[in-house]
Design a protein around this ligand. Structure first.
Ligand code: CA
Length: 225
């Protein structure tokens, strides 16, 4: 992971850089607010560690600029300002976490791991296949740019298909994944739900996104045929 450290105390910045590298991360260090902000907005970082009292541009301003332009980029604020009001200001300005100096490197690394895990989960909370976009957290589905309202069961069937795009999935595989063992052998319930999904996902006059594979099951087409 690529991590940006914005910290003007060079000894501390060096320690942080070393310990992040020892965890396998690539590290860029900026020693003032202006360079830090430019790096954060211009680079592809997974995380920013940001000191609040910086020469050039104050850390809070940098944080506000990051929030305005890169709302999803996680930021951990590092600061000697232990005062409660400043902590609140930092969190209000959109810090994801806050570490008060002096801190142990172990503590900092634990916070870094927690933020990176969170970012990974946020990333894996969406599925996209062809023109279909699914947000697993809000459970919203968009197809060809329009919102598609699905029932809970329809959502689960589609999510399973979207996790295996372009693969032929047997009826048993899908039934097991979505209904567990809670289905009658020989049931037509899956056919019924596939029918519902086709009706909801298919654009007027457009191709069918779900292919029936005779005597086997179904396949979600990546390019919609
Ligand atoms: Ca400082």
């Amino acid at each position: 992971m690529q991590i940006l450290v914005i910290e003007d105390e060079r000894t501390l910045a060096g320690f942080i850089e070393q310990s992040l590298r020892s965890e396998g991360h690539a590290v860029t260090v900026a020693h003032d607010g202006e360079h830090g902000e430019a790096a954060a907005l211009g680079g592809e970082y997974a995380l920013v560690l940001l000191d609040l009292s910086l020469p050039g541009k104050d850390g809070l301003e940098v944080l506000e600029a990051i929030r305005a332009r890169r709302p999803a980029l996680p930021v951990i604020v590092l600061t000697a300002r232990a005062a409660v009001e400043q902590k609140v200001a930092g969190l209000d300005a959109g810090a994801n976490d806050y570490v008060t100096k002096p801190f142990s490197l172990e503590e900092l690394l634990a916070r870094v791991r927690a933020q990176l895990r969170g970012a990974e989960q946020r990333e894996s909370s969406a599925l996209e296949v062809g023109d279909i976009h699914m947000d697993l957290r809000t459970r919203r589905v968009r197809c060809n740019g329009r919102e598609v309202a699905l029932t809970a069961r329809e959502f689960e069937v589609l999510a399973y298909l979207m996790r295996h795009p372009d693969q032929v999935l047997s009826r048993e595989q899908i039934l097991n994944a979505v209904w567990g063992f809670d289905f009658e052998p020989g049931t037509k319930v899956l056919e019924v739900y596939i029918g519902y999904l086709r009706r909801k996902l298919r654009a007027p006059g457009g191709p069918d996104p779900i292919e029936t594979v005779r005597n086997v099951g179904y396949r979600l087409l990546v390019g919609h045929g």
